[in-house]
Write a protein that binds this ligand. Structure first.
Ligand code: 1HN
Length: 345
């Protein structure tokens, strides 16, 4: 490969003339934007133990009333992107949100897509497009782009959930904005009950593909049961993983980020191939270890970590007796749509 000319090789007067005309020579910058073989990734392998987040989040509950926060969130920021940019990866934002008993986070809608993965607590709910979604540990709740959403809490203990948004991407596209709205009227329909079991749908008062996001709440009891059934059905299956999909299209549940649940059998280690999208791992149940680029992160329940793209990751179950269960998020729907998706094995 040729050494390319540097900026310093050019006469100062010529550089000044370029700058004055808003012009930049490509050749000093070409290798930077097109590095050989592997992209430059700012995303660093990073772990956010819940034991560190939880006391600080509860302290935020004392320091900042919900009215002063709208959403009381500590953002899981990847230092490789600069903490102030609030990015876990190029396209993913992660935050831990606290709602205290009796609090209400008012309705708004925005262009970024969100999902919530419930971490702890009972009796909170989020209303999305008029559908009241109860929050139970491990549940995945979609808040697709443009849908009104607000959160309430009828219980007596703090509720915490993990927010995953495609905010960094939508912000980069200069397409990120929000609109405030009034409290939503709650509609009686519930997608998680309409589509309560695979292969069975209502025969009456039901129109196929009537909504782009027919199912908003994916209960953890169902996801866990699906993983246990899959593992039992295929004892030799290495990767016991499910993808959260639309029950109408069978495609990814949302357009930009992908969501998955993974079971590791007792004592199992699983190497995930090096693929182009960055990934986020959140342990729902058990004790595990995540090896990313030579760094080992032991994960306990509710711990979260992220891995850059083009990097193989090895997940291990630290228990020889019981399975462990993960929630994953990744950027693969986006990479596939853009045509840049790669699996390098
Ligand atoms: C948002 O609307 C929520 O509605 C949570 O709970 C986190 C992060 C950035 C932008 C909007 C929510 C968010 C957010």
């Amino acid at each position: 490969m040729n050494e390319l000319g540097r900026l310093e090789d050019l006469p100062a007067a010529y550089r000044a003339a370029l700058t004055a005309s808003n012009l930049v020579p490509l050749w000093p910058n070409l290798r930077g934007v097109l590095p050989p073989t592997v992209p430059t990734r700012r995303t660093r392998p990073t772990c956010w133990p819940y034991a560190q987040i939880r006391p600080l989040l509860l302290q935020a509950g004392e320091l900042t009333p919900i009215e002063k926060a709208e959403r009381r969130v500590l953002v899981l920021a990847n230092p490789g992107h600069g903490l102030e940019n609030m990015q876990a990866s190029a396209a993913m934002y992660l935050g831990m949100q606290l709602l205290l008993p009796g609090e209400w986070a008012p309705a708004h809608r925005h262009t970024p897509n969100a999902v919530r993965l419930i971490v702890e607590g009972e009796s909170a709910y989020t209303t999305v497009g008029g559908e009241k979604c109860v929050m139970q540990r491990g549940d995945l709740i979609l808040t697709p782009t443009g849908q009104w959403h607000e959160h309430g809490h009828d219980g007596d203990q703090p509720v915490v959930w993990l927010d995953v948004l495609d905010l960094p991407l939508v912000y980069y596209l200069e397409a990120s904005y929000h609109v405030d709205g009034p409290r939503q009227a709650i509609k009686p329909e519930r997608g998680d009950l309409v589509y309560a079991r695979g292969g069975m749908v209502p025969s009456v008062d039901f129109e196929r593909a009537a909504k782009p996001y027919p199912m908003l709440r994916y209960p953890w009891v169902e996801a866990r049961a699906a993983l246990v059934a899959l593992a039992g059905n295929q004892p030799n299956l290495q990767s016991v993983q499910i993808t959260y999909t639309s029950p109408e299209t069978g495609g990814d549940a949302q357009n930009i980020l992908g969501f998955y649940a993974q079971m590791l059998r007792p004592g199992q280690s699983l190497r995930l191939p090096a693929r182009s999208p960055a990934m986020v791992f959140h342990l729902i149940e058990g004790a595990a270890e995540v090896l990313i680029d030579g760094k080992v992160f032991p994960l306990g329940e509710a711990d979260t970590c992220c891995a850059p793209g083009y990097t193989a990751v090895t997940l291990s179950n630290r228990s020889a007796d019981v399975p462990s269960f993960f929630f994953f998020a990744d950027e693969s729907p986006l990479h596939r749509k853009l045509g840049v998706y790669e699996n390098r094995g």
